[in-house]
Design a protein around this ligand. Sequence first.
Ligand SMILES: Nc1ncnc2c1ncn2[C@@H]1O[C@H](COP(=O)(O)OP(=O)(O)OP(=O)(O)O)[C@@H](O)[C@H]1O
Ligand SMILES: [Mg+2]
Length: 212
Amino acid sequence: MAGTVITIAQQKGGAGKTTLATHLALAWAGQGRKVALLDIDPQASLAAWHRLREERLGAGNSGLDFAAITGWRVAAEVERRARDHDIVLVDSPPHAETEARIAVRAAALVLVPVQPSPMDVWATKPTLELAKAEKVPALLVLNRVPPRANLTEAMVIQLDELGVAIAKARIGNRVALAAAMSEGRGITEGGGGRAAEEFTALAKEILRRVKA
Ligand SMILES: Nc1ncnc2c1ncn2[C@@H]1O[C@H](COP(=O)(O)OP(=O)(O)OP(=O)(O)O)[C@@H](O)[C@H]1O
Ligand SMILES: [Mg+2]
């Protein structure tokens, strides 16, 4: 059976796409899933992270099948990897409608990270419209949620009005995430504290949703 393709998309820059991609991919790999992680962002920041990871663990030992792919090859490469992986996770670039559209089209689910602030909520609409146009279900993931809840709950009410599912699991504003990335690690690979718990819960919730 073909694997499940999950694309992370959000036209707003800096929303947490790449952060979600890294830590979710390793959370699933840590649970024994065969995961392919594709970076289709020409900035290729995941490639730098993956290089670091292989320096630490040895070439071919990163626990993931990683590739940086751009342009016309994206659709075919996603499809090819779906044949021999349980999950193909695609990290897409901001402000690049064509690439994001191709990756959204190929997906069973689009994850849309959104920070709980008015500007981020407004900026989320084009991405949700893209998913809708491609008839792919979207799941909003609240990211960088501050400890004080008032604004977050007000933003959740606004997001609810967009008519798209919101993940129950939320990711807080956690410096540990960037620290883990800078060491080529995933947050769920040990010592991740609250951030690891949040990612474990999110990883489980997403798999339940796509029945993977
Ligand atoms: N939950 C979080 N807690 C703390 N910092 C975070 C969190 N999520 C993301 N960040 C930080 O915010 C910045 C942007 O995150 P990231 O690169 O994941 O976003 P992006 O959506 O991939 O950005 P781009 O649109 O440029 O590709 C990074 O410095 C990252 O470490
Ligand atoms: Mg990114």
